[in-house]
Design a protein around this ligand. Structure first.
Ligand code: URA
Length: 213
C-alpha cells in the first residue's frame, strides 16, 4: 500500500477551517469541497491515459485522453457524499457506485446496509471517498468488496487518517494482489476511547449534514 500525505499550504488552510469547532455547516461543506479538489488532483495522478493524434491550429501533434473504461468513484455513505462533487469536478466522466456502511459506535465494527456497486469492476480504476480513516474497519471492508468485484487499482481519498487505521489497512492489505493508494491531508495523533480521531474534526457526517438523533 502507498500512502500520500498531501503537503500544501492550501490543504493545511482548508483543513484548519474544517477542524475549528466553531466553523458552521455551510462553511464546513465549502471547505470539504475545496479540500477534496486538492486531494483529488493528487489522487488522480495515476489515471490511465492513451495517446491520440490531434491537430492544433499550428501543426499535427500527439495528445492524451483518459482511457476507457471510465473510473468509478465510490462514496461511503453518509459522510463520503460530501466529497463526491469535488471528485466529479475532476472526473466528470466517472461512474458513481454507492456503498452504505455504518459503524456500531460501541464495537466500532462496520456493517454494509447499501451496495450499489457494479458486479464486475475488472480493469476499472476505483476511487473510494470517505472523510475519516479512523479504526480502518469501514475502509478495509469497502476495499475488500471492490477486490471481490475484480478491481485491482484502488485509491482511497480520506481527509484525515489516524495512525491506528493506517496500520490496520496496511496489515489487512499485506500480500494482496492489488495496487492500493491512500491519499490524505493529514495523519493525526491517535484515536480516542470513542474511536474519534484526535485532534480530528469531530463527526464528519454530523458536521456536513447535521446530527442524527
Ligand atoms: N468518524 C468521524 O466522523 N470522525 C472521527 O473522528 C472518526 C470517525
Amino acid at each position: 500500500m502507498r500512502t500520500v500525505v498531501v503537503d500544501h499550504p492550501l490543504v493545511a488552510h482548508m483543513l484548519t477551517v474544517m477542524r475549528r469547532a466553531e466553523t458552521p455547516t455551510p462553511e464546513f461543506r465549502r471547505a470539504t469541497d475545496e479540500l477534496v479538489l486538492l486531494l483529488a488532483y493528487e489522487a488522480t495522478r495515476g489515471l490511465r491515459v492513451r495517446s491520440v493524434p490531434i491537430v492544433t491550429p499550428v501543426a499535427p501533434a500527439t495528445g492524451v485522453e483518459l482511457d476507457a473504461p471510465a473510473p468509478i468513484v465510490v462514496p461511503i455513505l453518509r459522510a463520503g457524499l460530501g466529497m463526491l462533487d469535488g471528485m466529479l469536478r475532476l472526473l466528470p466522466g466517472a461512474e458513481v457506485g454507492f456503498l452504505g456502511m455504518a459503524r456500531d459506535e460501541s464495537t466500532l465494527i462496520a456493517t454494509t446496509y447499501a451496495d450499489r456497486i457494479p458486479h464486475d469492476l475488472t480493469g476499472r480504476q476505483a476511487f473510494i471517498v470517505d472523510p475519516m480513516l479512523a479504526t480502518g474497519g469501514t475502509l478495509v471492508a469497502a476495499i475488500d468488496l471492490l477486490l471481490q468485484r475484480g478491481a485491482r487499482d484502488i485509491t482511497a481519498v480520506c481527509l484525515l487518517a489516524a495512525p491506528e487505521g493506517l496500520r490496520h489497512l496496511e496489515q489487512a492489505l499485506a500480500g494482496r494482489d492489488a495496487e492500493v493508494t491512500l491519499v490524505t491531508a493529514s495523519i493525526d495523533e491517535r484515536l480516542n476511547e470513542h474511536g474519534y480521531i484526535v485532534p480530528g474534526l469531530g463527526d464528519a457526517g454530523d458536521r456536513l449534514y447535521g446530527l442524527i438523533s
